[in-house]
Design a protein around this ligand. Structure first.
Ligand SMILES: C[S@@+](CC[C@H](N)C(=O)[O-])C[C@H]1O[C@@H](n2cnc3c(N)ncnc32)[C@H](O)[C@@H]1O
Length: 475
């Protein structure tokens, strides 16, 4: 088999490794070789492209599933690249995720007793349609999923697996986001086609319609819509008619419509980059978690699966408080985003004092507003890099009882983790959306004298390779 970079190969997937990678072992003249293909399932026959070849393994990108796995079941949803496991029974997904995470903790974190420390796998209350945010792309290069052909016309949906330029129209619900919105998205697409304005051309970096981003409030059953276009053709776009079409289609579920003009053609340009106007209704929606209200704007970070986030947050509070009295104690919520964990801690532990830190100023503004909205006292929020904040506030050393850490996927920078350790807290509750970086940081915490007491996994992202993990450490 030719395993040179760029080669296209056909394989049958044998096992699942962490991070949604299916793997297969082959024999070559140079000995055994492991091949990884992202987003594949054991039993599938696939076509893949070699991205990297190393001494003993190769990393590949999935091009096409040639034959389904016997494990897969038919589902009433349109298959999209963002839900690679939707056809795998949910119990199987959980079994694979648990196995892969515990293996990873053993290998990367040297946590040999991970299975004994395992507390529970918290299931998502909603297995389908659980997301509260979805991003759709436009492209003039449309891939037809029925005929497997490419057309130059107008696509609105998700990028085809393995491509950044082709879009597959979303014609029915994907099983991840609001069903009514997705089942009727074709009506909005047909309307936008009728305007005569072109969809974006990703390779040429020109065109008008670029993205639609939608946020949903489960508490109020509302949708906040963000249409992102370029400015090329703006004078021909009738915003009022677009709003009317949305309201005719989705009625009073439309809470607000925002129009962003994004002329940035950089490869990694952020979708919503550029001046934004609220062209209808409100600029934010309100979500409720464990009895508290949270205002969420288009850009704020908010857990994508709110019903499961309630369970995640409750576990964090339980780990922080079980077996001890936190009244009068100082708790730090580091990487706090819009301050959800800190506020929930403050609402359940009335006498505790909470200090939240996040690098994004608008998230901290939201955190402060939300604390006011919920009449929560005893919380303070700071907009700063966690490492710098701890360097600039040496006075907190020795005064913090419990620290909650919820860093981004990359984990905690070594210098910042060192400063966290220097605080000398009795307990650390570490929440992570990337068990690989959590395993690395757990090794440093254990070397610094923190014992890992228990760990839980949370099924925040059914049908994807992702899982959330919570670890409780004690000094
Ligand atoms: C996974 S989110 C956690 C959000 C929050 N705990 C929640 O549940 O909504 C990670 C957060 O880390 C923040 N962040 C990333 N790098 C940071 C840094 N160096 N210092 C402080 N905050 C940072 C991001 O802005 C983001 O809000």
């Amino acid at each position: 088999m030719n395993l040179k970079k760029g080669a296209e190969i056909e394989l049958e997937i044998e096992e699942l490794a962490f991070g949604g990678k299916g793997l297969t072992r082959i024999q070559t003249e140079q000995g055994g070789f492991v091949i990884f293909v992202v987003n594949t399932i054991p039993g599938q026959k696939v076509k893949a492209k070699v991205l990297k070849k190393r001494k003993k393994h190769a990393e590949c990108r999935l091009l096409e599933v040639l034959e389904q796995s016997p494990l897969e079941q038919d589902v009433p949803y349109q298959k999209i690249s963002g839900a690679p496991y939707i056809q795998l029974p949910h119990e199987k997904q959980i079994e694979f995720k648990k196995q892969a995470s515990l293996d990873l903790f053993r290998k990367l974190g040297d946590i040999q007793n991970a299975p004994e420390l395992f507390d529970e796998f918290i299931q998502s209350p909603l297995v389908h349609n659980y997301r509260n945010k979805m991003e759709y792309s436009f492209s003039v290069i449309r891939h037809d999923i029925d005929t497997n052909e490419e057309h130059d016309d107008f696509g609105l949906g998700f990028k085809r697996t393995g491509t950044w330029w082709k879009v597959e129209n979303l014609d029915k619900a994907s099983g991840l986001f609001d069903e009514e919105w997705e089942n009727k998205l074709h009506i909005i697409r047909e309307y936008l086609i009728s305007t005569g304005l072109p969809a974006w051309h990703p390779p040429k970096k020109e065109g008008f319609f670029r993205h639609i981003v939608v946020r949903k409030s489960f508490a109020n059953n509302e949708l906040l819509i963000n249409l992102v276009t370029s400015s090329d053709g703006l004078d021909k776009f009738n915003k009022e008619l677009f709003i009317k079409k949305l309201i005719d289609t989705y009625r009073d579920r439309i809470a607000g419509v925002i129009h962003t003009i994004n002329d940035d053609v950089a490869d990694r340009a952020k979708l919503e980059h550029g001046p934004s106007d609220v062209i209808y209704g409100k600029h934010l929606i309100v979500e409720e978690l464990l009895g508290l209200k949270f205002e969420i704007s288009m850009q704020s970070f908010f857990q994508t699966n709110p019903s499961s986030a309630e369970k995640l947050y409750q576990k964090v509070i339980d780990y922080a408080s079980e077996g001890r009295d936190l009244n009068g104690k100082v708790i730090m919520d580091l990487f706090c985003g819009t301050g959800t964990i800190g506020q929930l801690l403050a609402s359940q532990l009335k006498e505790a004092q909470i200090v939240g830190v996040d690098i994004v100023p608008s998230a901290i503004e939201n955190a402060k507003r939300n604390a006011k909205l919920n009449n929560i006292e005893g919380v303070e929020f700071f907009a700063e890099d966690v490492g710098k904040f701890l360097l600039n506030h040496p006075d907190y050393k020795g005064k913090i009882d419990t620290i909650v850490l919820d860093p981004p996927r990359a984990g905690i920078a070594p210098k910042a983790l060192k400063r966290v350790i220097e605080l000398g807290a009795d307990r650390i509750v570490y929440v992570s959306c990337n068990p690989a970086t959590q395993a690395r940081d757990a090794r440093d915490l254990r070397n610094a004298g923190y014992d890992l007491k228990k760990l839980s996994l949370v099924d925040q992202f059914p049908h994807t390779a992702h899982v959330e993990s919570i670890m409780l450490f004690e000094k």
